[in-house]
Ligand binder design. Structure first.
Ligand code: AMP
Ligand code: GLY
Length: 424
């Protein structure tokens, strides 16, 4: 079995590791990753010259290598139709089609599907021009949430405390076009506990994974700008195992049914970003892929064969009868970020101490490279993830922080409150 993983971040490193760790077949497993990174190199054959968003080059690589399965990590190639292009040349791929990935690619489309399928979500209005937006800002309640319609790498959401902030946000969307030429959604502000609940889907049914929480802001106590994610843990006390099935029936299955009805059956990971409010669960957004860094916290707990599940999800109804099981272990994942993140990132800072971390701790590479001397250096905003498992969240947390303390580079940024105070 030959599997090509597409992407170059901590999520893809965690996928590569989990594929190898859970592989249960007698046949040999060969793992490739395009483009990969210096950490993934230890676990898979990396193809650095093929970019993770270059659809034609990825299809050509998959054909040349005659891979049995392509696993698409990030959203951009999904929205660009990589799974469709691979299917057209007879190559199986894990992930949704271009049409199904619109659930993540367009927030307006996502809201239409949410409403059509009766899934609880925040009330909203579509704003197609600066004038419409200004009129809506004068009428709405505050705080109010603005979201750009298209993909924005997690940065297209602006929460405004009052009309003055809303006007500034409207300038960013419509005048400066910080997120390109885009329509905007104005959405009701929801309060509650955020949880990421991912499901693996086979076009017919959604099978929930265990819940995780991620930490989006750069600084402790959820201060500062949003990032790609500064840490995660799993499971989550507010969503006990006994309630997962009922919540998934509310937030995943109706979407699968609606997408099938629309002729865009959903295969792959449906990631529901949830707010548990005093009035019940609400969906904030869907992603159509594994979360980053939730995956680094989730997959080390998986005890079923990941490759087998991914292959089964490609067939309509193919997951029926497959066990999807997780260990009771708790996991905590920390992100180590480079200087200047999230506005920018520092490249080329030498990373020390990687060899000192115990192999019981999972260090996945997110933004790393090798310099001319062969040393591992920073090469992006989020540089590394450090994940520890234990029988309690506090113990996993302690182990993850102890591991992260051994790693150092100039300007290293890390939150000190990931999973703090979680007794589970
Ligand atoms: P999204 O990309 O839609 O998940 O939004 C990014 C972050 O903005 C979420 O993780 C929430 O913390 C916050 N957010 C999004 N929508 C809302 C909302 N309607 N009410 C409150 N916070 C929100
Ligand atoms: N952790 C949030 C995301 O992957 O979009």
């Amino acid at each position: 079995m030959k599997i090509l993983v597409v992407g170059s971040g901590g999520r893809e490193h965690a996928i590569v590791r989990a594929l190898a760790r859970t592989w249960s077949d007698k046949e040999q497993l060969e793992l490739l990753c395009a483009p990969g990174n210096p950490g993934i190199e230890a676990d898979a054959r990396c193809i650095p010259e093929v970019g993770g968003e270059d659809v034609p080059a990825l299809v050509e690589l998959a054909q040349r290598e005659a891979v049995d399965l392509v696993v698409v990590g990030p959203e951009v190639p999904l929205v660009d139709g990589l799974v469709d292009e691979l299917a057209a040349v007879g190559i199986k791929a894990f992930g949704p089609s271009r049409a199904a990935a619109q659930l993540e690619g367009s927030k307006i489309f996502c809201k239409e599907v949410l409403v059509a399928s009766g899934v609880p979500t925040a009330g909203y209005k579509v704003l197609r021009s600066r004038e419409e937006a200004l009129a809506a800002a004068a009428e709405t309640n505050y705080p109010a949430v603005f979201k750009s319609d298209g993909l924005a790498a997690g940065k297209g959401v602006i929460i405004c405390a009052d009309e003055a902030e809303a006007k500034a946000a409207i300038d960013e969307y419509f005048t400066e076009q910080r997120f390109g030429e885009t329509d905007v959604i104005l959405e009701e502000f929801l309060e509650g506990v955020e949880v990421s609940l991912l499901a693996i889907c086979d076009g017919e049914r959604a099978y929930s994974l265990v819940p995780a929480r991620d930490f989006k802001r750069i600084f402790d106590n959820d201060q500062g700008p949003n990032t790609g994610g500064m840490g995660a843990f799993s499971p989550v006390p507010e969503l006990p195992v006994s309630e997962i099935e009922a919540i998934s029936a509310q937030v995943h299955q109706p979407i699968i049914d609606e997408m099938k009805r629309r002729g865009a059956a959903f295969h792959g990971i449906l990631y529901a970003g949830l707010m548990l409010t005093a009035d019940g669960v609400r969906v904030l957004e869907y992603n159509t892929r594994f979360g980053d860094p939730e995956t680094q916290a989730l997959l080390p707990r998986l005890t079923s064969d990941l490759a087998e599940l991914m292959l089964a999800s490609i067939e309509p109804g193919g997951l029926a009868g497959h066990d999807i099981t997780f260990s009771e272990q708790r996991s905590v994942t920390l992100t180590l970020a480079s200087a200047g993140y999230p506005e920018g990132s520092s490249k080329g800072d030498v990373i020390k101490g990687l060899d000192e971390v115990s192999t019981a701790i999972e260090v996945t590479h997110a933004g790393t490279a090798r310099n001319a001397d062969g040393a591992i250096v920073t090469a992006g905003g989020r540089v590394l993830n450090v994940t520890a498992l234990s029988d309690s969240v506090p113990r996993a947390r302690e182990a993850a922080y102890a591991g992260a303390a051994l790693i150092d580079f100039d300007g290293k940024q890390q939150r000190s409150d990931i999973a703090a105070g979680i007794e589970l």
